[in-house]
Design a protein around this ligand. Structure first.
Ligand SMILES: [Fe+2]
Length: 332
């Protein structure tokens, strides 16, 4: 079995890298490197990039990359059906990768040996006083305005046409474990959504690293990035709104995974999410099945847009930041 450490980065293709850069900076990522064709963006952690934007006429998701524990995992991966040979990564920080493709043809990269960089400054999580438990004494709460600094990539959600074969591949090839299924009736073999986590043994890991949503075709749904806490998320929402970007859905709290979520559309029309306070599972955590219903996706928050289920970039009109004047007209 492959030993996957974590999701590492995503590769997206965009027509306008300058506009995308404005968006992603407001979203809370930091540019770490750029070339004529590529923009590399990092979070505050030690990875040199968590998001690679490639210049292309047609927007799409280029790849999802996972970090494996050791070079031996790359050797094991290159023996898988359809796998590439081990190849050097031509990105900042070097390293090596093996390229696979899931049953929908989506490019999956397994990477190892990328040189870490120094973490960026990041405020500590706020110390909260609950009604019963007081933990902050003689100190004030001033998190400060600005973008919600992205700390790491957390998960990717994709729409899939053939749910059984996709679940089978992510379970059997990448070794993922199902945390939650959304089902209609007792259709466990073909759920309408599957939330899959990494198999990290006894170690705790995110409730899901890949989410699969049943769709009429294979399409990227969203990529999700973790921020420090609830205040960071709300202040980040306010920041994005003030810069004229169009909110999609949030702030609210999901049911499956429990994350507090906040979705935006990037300039190419892709959904991108801030999350915080997600559940952690390990190999002993049981799989749960939930019947599909309106309340299966969120506990609280604004009403869910029906467009949430449409997801993917290519159907969506590209968006540009609203001017402040236009925004004021909308909010009057
Ligand atoms: Fe998500």
């Amino acid at each position: 079995m492959l030993h996957i450490k974590d999701i590492n980065h995503v590769v997206y293709r965009h027509a306008d890298l300058d506009l995308l850069e404005r968006f992603l900076l407001d979203f809370g990522l930091t540019v770490s490197h750029r070339t004529e064709q590529r923009l590399y963006l990092r979070g505050t952690g030690t990875l040199p990039y968590v998001y690679i934007a490639e210049r292309a006429d047609t927007p799409s998701l280029g790849a999802i990359a996972f970090a494996v524990e050791s070079f031996a995992d790359l050797h094991a991966a290159e023996r898988l059906p359809g796998a590439s040979a081990i190849q050097a990564l031509k990105h900042p920080g070097g390293g090596h990768c093996v390229v696979l493709h899931d049953p929908s043809g989506r490019r999956i990269e397994l990477v190892h040996g990328i040189q870490p960089v120094e973490a960026l400054a990041q405020r500590s999580a706020l110390v909260l006083n609950s009604a019963v438990e007081k933990r902050r004494f003689g100190d004030v709460q001033r998190p400060g305005k600005g973008p919600a600094k992205v700390m790491r990539l957390g998960h990717v959600a994709i729409g899939v046409a053939d749910m059984p074969s996709m679940i089978g591949w992510y379970r059997n090839v990448l070794g993922m474990l199902p945390s939650d299924l959304i089902v209609e009736g007792d259709e466990q073999d073909c759920p309408s959504a599957a939330f899959l986590r990494l198999n990290r043994g006894i170690n705790w890991t995110d409730h899901h690293t890949i989410a699969l949503f049943q769709a009429n075709r294979d399409v990227i749904h969203h990529a999700s990035f973790e921020v420090q806490d609830f205040d960071a998320q709300c202040l980040g929402h306010e920041w994005m709104d003030d810069q004229g970007w169009t909110p999609f859905w949030g702030v609210g709290r999901h049911v499956l995974g429990s994350q507090i979520f906040d979705y935006w559309r990037d300039p190419s029309g892709n959904l991108i999410e801030h999350f915080t306070d997600g559940d952690l599972f390990n190999h002993t955590s049981p799989m749960n099945c939930t019947q599909a219903c309106d309340s299966s996706l969120y506990q609280w928050g604004p009403p869910m847009s029906v467009e949430y289920f449409l997801g993917g970039s290519n159907e969506n009109e590209p968006v540009t930041p609203r001017s402040l004047a236009e925004r004021r007209r909308h909010t009057r």
